[in-house]
Design a protein. Structure first.
Lengths: 109, 114
């Protein structure tokens, strides 16, 4: 089967750095993407990694290691507005997104 | 300047009463997707259109149908909603079928079934 694993919940302090890990097992792989979703809102695309390495976009960075079937999302200088659920998703062999179950990020003042 | 627009934002229907959700896009994207998302779960792909080519996921119930009369509009029809169909329904678009990762999502329609 195809699966993605990510922690169900992560807690961090405002101003700190947090890393959300994602491991995947899929029949095909074109890339790993990350989405942010606030309660009651729609997913918002954050980043996409097709090749190994680190991609940086402002306070957010995303990393991929295809040999390890592993990636992570790094959030720096956490703000209260970053409290949300974060989903990793793999573009699989049929070009569909295979989603992880999501990580709820709780930020404390 | 919303680019993927879903109407209505909230929909209440009765058990067994057909309901239609709508989605429009101003991006001129070729691909439109419908997802179902239940509380604290990942979005689940129901089907997608690549232009007029309809693609149904294998586990999408027959109760769910879709129409795409033109590039800009796509509809989700639920023929006989059950209590288990209460969920957020998300419409998304992408420029082409090989690049779904950067999909643009609408704000969603939250469906309640009484």
């Amino acid at each position: 089967g195809q699966s993605l694993e990510q922690p169900s919940e992560v807690t961090a302090v405002e101003g700190a750095i947090v890393q959300i890990n994602c491991t995947y097992q899929t029949s095909g792989f074109y890339g790993l993407s990350w989405y942010q979703q606030h309660d009651g809102g729609a997913p918002t695309f954050l980043s996409y990694n097709a090749l190994d390495g680190l991609e940086e976009t402002g306070r957010f960075s995303s990393f991929l290691s295809r040999s390890d079937s592993y990636g992570y999302l790094l959030l720096q200088e956490l703000q209260m507005k970053d409290s949300a659920s974060y989903f990793c998703a793999v573009t699989g062999s049929n070009y569909q997104l295979i989603w992880g179950a999501g990580t709820k990020l709780i930020i404390k003042p | 300047d919303a680019m993927v627009i879903q109407n209505p934002r909230y929909q209440v229907t009765q058990f067994g009463k057909p309901v239609t959700l709508s989605c429009s896009q101003t991006l001129n994207h070729n691909v439109m997707y419908w997802y179902q998302q239940k509380s604290s779960q990942a979005p689940k792909l129901l089907f997608h259109y690549y232009d007029k080519d309809f693609n149904n996921e294998a586990d999408t119930p027959d109760n769910f149908q879709s129409r795409r009369p033109n590039t800009s509009f796509c509809f989700l029809d639920i023929r006989s909603p059950g209590l288990g169909d209460a969920a957020m329904y998300l419409c998304a678009t992408s420029r082409d079928r090989v690049s779904p990762a950067g999909s643009d999502f609408g704000a969603g329609t939250r469906l309640s079934v009484l």
